[in-house]
Every structure is written in C-alpha cells, then in structure tokens.
Write a protein that binds this ligand. Structure first.
Ligand SMILES: Nc1ncnc2c1ncn2[C@@H]1O[C@H](COP(=O)(O)OP(=O)(O)OP(=O)(O)O)[C@@H](O)[C@H]1O
Length: 279
C-alpha cells in the first residue's frame, strides 16, 4: 500500500485549472519532492492532500483515507509545515512547543525537539523576536512535534542560511531513517537532489516527469558534456561514452588536452530543460 495515491486530481479556481489531472504515488518511508515553477499547482496539491482544501475532481488517498473526509485520528498521524510562518503571539519558543505537544497523543519531548532544530539557545525567546530563518525552524519543529508518519513540508528552507539548511537536511535524513514519509516542495534543486528518493516535476497542474533525481529526464538527459580547446577555439560535445572520446582526444593531442573538463548535467540543468520545453 502506498502512503499517498492520487489519480486525475483536479482543482479549479474560477476558470483557472490550477491542478489539471495530476497523478502521484508515494511509497511509505519515501522522501518525495515536488518541483515546478511558481504557480504550477504544487501548494494546491499538497493542501488537498493535507485535507485543507477541497478538490473538484479525481481521487486522493493519504495514509489509507480520503483527506477530504478524514478525521482527527488521521490528522494526528500527519505533520504539516506550511509556506507561511506560524504566529504564536507572546509565547516563548519552548512554551509554543509545549503548547502544541499537548494536542498529540504521542509527541516528541519539547527540549529534545529544540535541540533537533537548533533552537536551544532561543528556548526562552518570544517567538516574535526570532529571525526569519529561526521562525522557519520553529515551524519545522511544530510540524514534527506529533511524531507524524507523514510529513508535508512546503518550501521548508526558504530564508535559511547555508549552515541552517545543512542542519535541516540532517534532520530530514534522521526523520527518514525513523521511517517517516516526507513530501517536500522546494525551489532548491540541490535540496531535492540531496534529500529526495524521487522527484516529480509539476507544470500547469500536471506531472510532466518523475523519477529518481539522477534519472530525471531519461538516460540521454544525463549525458556527459566534454569541453576542450583546439586550434579553432572552444569545443564541446555531449556523449554517452566520455571515456572513448577522451581516449580519442588524448591521442589527437598527444598529451594534455587544453582546457579539458567533463561534467554531467545537474538536476537543475535537467529540470530547466524539462521546464523550458513545456512552457
Ligand atoms: N485561493 C486561490 N484562489 C485563486 N487562485 C489561486 C488560489 N490559490 C492558488 N491559486 C492559483 O492557482 C495556481 C497554482 O497555485 P499554487 O500555489 O498551487 O502553485 P505553486 O506551484 O505552489 O507555486 P509556488 O511555487 O509559487 O508556491 C496559481 O496560478 C495561483 O495563482
């Protein structure tokens, strides 16, 4: 059984079809990233799966239930980190975590949680005094306080400094190792590459490509790019067999090949190719 199963999902805002027949299968324990340009329909899809938004068509099953009808027990099994930051008014960070921990039958220890998200030094700070990145960490802490089986993260690391982002990645890997299923939307392709078992690229409300980050766009999209310089200037070739090409070049130049580099396209390169061809 899959953790998330979506078939032909449709959501319309007036005449605009924000989600236009979207299919998804996400396995238990998988970390799955939804990628796509602004306005592609990722947040709308995730909100439907969280039970926060009604769909206009198609089927959705999340942890065995229809999110449009599921109740409190189901909700307690799900963690959510929304795009917009939570505003806890006058509570301190630790008070906020203690407050929300009480809503869950099983929850993480608030002090451990502070440590996990790197907010121990801010335990007694009022939440409104936190920096943007610190608030985001608090949002993440609130998303996992109830030990969710399935965690939705909508652009979780926006505003994080590079160090905080790496710490967050470690946290996600830890949650994954504990067996948590993670559904992530992100605009950081390196984040998807670092964390996701599989990614889906959403364009105009539909999945246009999906697979392991390394396989996205098909095998040919992963061809090596060999660059060098000869008498005519810079040269470049895309090839499935870079070793053979290097051998030929080495023979031709009888030694060092000037300015030689061999690179593989990053997930970002392949993503931009996919998006470019669809818009
Ligand atoms: N409440 C709403 N009312 C009307 N239109 C909406 C509403 N919410 C979203 N939309 C529209 O639906 C489309 C999909 O929006 P959505 O937020 O799902 O995209 P997204 O892929 O999450 O984008 P981003 O990467 O910018 O967060 C957009 O064109 C957006 O303007």
């Amino acid at each position: 059984m899959t953790a998330v199963r979506v078939r032909g999902l449709v959501k319309e805002y007036g005449a605009h079809r924000a989600v236009a027949g979207l299919d998804l299968d996400i396995g238990h324990g998988e970390t799955f990233a939804l990628l796509g340009p602004n306005g592609a329909g990722k947040t709308t899809t995730v909100e439907i799966l969280e039970g926060h938004r009604a769909r206009d068509g198609g089927e959705a099953e999340v942890l065995g239930e229809d999110p449009g009808r599921a109740g409190r027990a189901w909700r307690a099994r799900i963690g959510i980190v929304l795009q917009s930051a939570y505003d806890a008014a006058d509570l301190t960070v630790l008070e906020t975590l203690r407050h929300f921990a009480r809503y869950y039958p099983e929850h993480r220890d608030p002090d451990d949680l502070l440590d996990l998200v790197g907010l121990t030094a801010k335990a007694n700070a009022r939440t409104r005094t936190l920096s943007g990145g610190q608030r985001r960490r608090l949002d993440v802490a609130l998303g996992i306080v109830g030990k969710p089986e399935l965690l939705f993260l909508d652009e979780p690391t926006t505003g994080f400094d590079p160090d905080a982002r790496r710490q967050f990645w470690d946290l996600i890997r830890l949650l994954r190792a504990e067996g948590t299923t993670i559904v992530l939307t992100t605009h950081y392709l390196d984040e998807a590459e670092a964390l996701a078992d599989r990614v889906a690229v959403v364009v105009d409300g539909q999945v246009v490509a999906q697979g392991a980050p390394a396989a996205l766009g098909g095998a040919s999209a992963g061809r090596a790019r060999v660059r060098w310089t000869d008498a005519d200037g810079p040269r470049e070739e895309l090839t499935d067999a870079p070793t053979a090409l290097l051998r030929t070049l080495a023979t031709r130049f009888a030694g060092e090949v000037p300015d030689l580099t061999v690179t593989r396209p990053s997930l970002e390169d392949r993503y931009l190719d996919l998006i470019g061809g669809r818009r």
